[in-house]
Design a protein around this ligand. Structure first.
Ligand code: HEM
Length: 387
């Protein structure tokens, strides 16, 4: 089965999984950087200045004011976790808890990340050794980044496979349009995750097990520790996967294998963003780019298009790890900007080096067959059996 969609996308949600959405995004930026999409019932903003304006504005929040929680999660432990996540809240909860998250992130050292990663690589290599190459790639891309963050959050080697399944189920329940079955499985998973992170961590060093503080209670610290795993899961898989696609592309066109360093990975993140869009909701009647929006209006913020706006990145359609002062929206902007940027770059760098050493060299990388059918993360798929 091929998941490849070579057809030019016609809307910004389909674009996420299109083979090449970048011509379409370039036209959005040039011709209608802000418009109302009737099919999806939301505004779409794509140029760099308007994306900045939206993400900096206090007129917009990360959830609709009338619906802080997706209704399907109401009254459940999964809903309680959701309402405590900094990613999903604005205002005092966000302001109080975000420093706990950024503090934990800035205390991480490269050697701590490398130690956690080495253990995950060792275990994962054993589990996937007998699988076909394409399947090994898909499993590594999906499981390695989450494994590293989970280990840093104190998950033991033995508990990791279960935690990986629970995060996958919880994330599936949170996606817009999730089925009843997915929501039910996500609720069970949330219960298991809370139980896991309520307990003291297994390894002595667990820098990403968030502490409670005078202003952040235990339940909020637990929820946001789970949140770190949720945020790592698809986004960092997308970064590693899209880097593999770029390496394969380079190899096919005879470009010598590049150094897989931070410059290369940041250019992958700009050129082929693993998180293509995010959403905001108008908290009051307000203006955006001169247009009048009403209370509750939804905005799709197309980060991947803004990365290729020539107003901020000259020759945006050239892949150039040496570009100077690149402007990236991949990790967001403004008060919710990703605190995991450096960690994700380190995980991707270590993971790609391990892949080269243990699974396959650049020259033998297979082509991807498409993208996972997701609404905002762009994650390539290499094997039919992972589709
Ligand atoms: C390549 C990998 C990653 C990408 C592209 C990415 C991207 C993003 C983006 C775009 C946002 C902002 C969403 C918005 O404003 O609507 C965000 C928020 C966040 N990310 Fe990441 N992320 C990545 C990896 C990680 C990792 C590894 C962690 C932690 C272990 C992490 C933790 C978070 C958290 C906690 C937030 C919420 C911050 C807040 O709301 O204040 N991310 N991420």
């Amino acid at each position: 089965m091929s998941l490849r969609s070579r057809v030019e996308p016609t809307d910004p949600v389909d674009a996420v999984t299109a083979d090449n959405p970048y011509g379409y995004y370039a036209r959005l930026v040039a011709e209608r950087p802000l418009y109302f999409d009737h099919r999806h019932g939301l505004w779409v903003v794509s140029s760099a200045p308007l994306v900045e304006e939206c993400l900096e504005s206090r007129d917009f929040g990360v959830r609709p004011a009338s619906e802080p929680l997706p209704p399907a999660l109401a009254g459940s432990l999964a809903g309680d976790v959701f309402l405590r996540l900094i990613r999903m809240t604005d205002g005092s909860r966000h302001r109080q808890c975000r420093p706990v998250v950024t503090g934990a992130m800035s205390a991480l050292t490269v050697s701590t990340i490398e130690t956690a990663a080495a253990k995950v690589i060792e275990d994962l290599a054993q589990h996937i050794v007998d699988e076909p190459l394409t399947r090994r790639l898909d499993r590594f891309v999906a499981e390695f980044p989450l494994g590293v963050t989970a280990r840093l959050a104190g998950v033991s080697r033995d508990a990791l496979p279960d935690v990986t399944r629970h995060i996958a189920a919880f994330v599936a329940a949170l996606r817009p349009g999730s089925t009843m079955g997915e929501v039910e499985r996500g609720m069970i998973a949330a219960g298991n995750l809370v139980e896991q992170f309520d307990r003291p961590p297994a390894p002595d060093i667990a820098p990403l097990r968030l502490p409670h503080t005078p202003t952040v209670d235990h339940a909020t610290a637990v929820a946001n520790t789970i949140g770190l795993l949720v945020q790592t899961y698809e986004a960092t898989a997308g970064l590693i996967g899209n880097a593999l696609v770029q390496l394969q592309r380079d190899d096919a066109s005879g470009v010598p294998a590049p150094e897989i360093d931070e410059r290369f990975l940041r250019e992958v993140a700009r050129f082929d963003a693993p998180v293509q869009n995010t959403r905001r909701y108008a908290l009051r009647d307000c203006l955006l780019g001169g247009a009048s929006l009403r209370w509750g209006d939804a905005v799709l913020v197309v980060l991947a298009a803004a990365n290729r706006d020539p107003a901020v990145n000259p020759n945006p359609h050239d892949f150039d790890p040496d570009r100077r002062a690149a402007r990236l929206f991949t990790w967001g902007h403004g008060s919710h900007q990703c605190p995991g940027q450096q960690l994700s770059l380190a995980i991707a760098r270590i993971g790609l080096a391990a892949l080269r050493a243990t699974i396959t060299d650049h020259a033998t990388l297979p082509t991807h067959i498409g993208y996972r059918p997701l609404g905002n993360a762009r994650i390539p798929v290499f094997s039919d059996s992972s589709a």
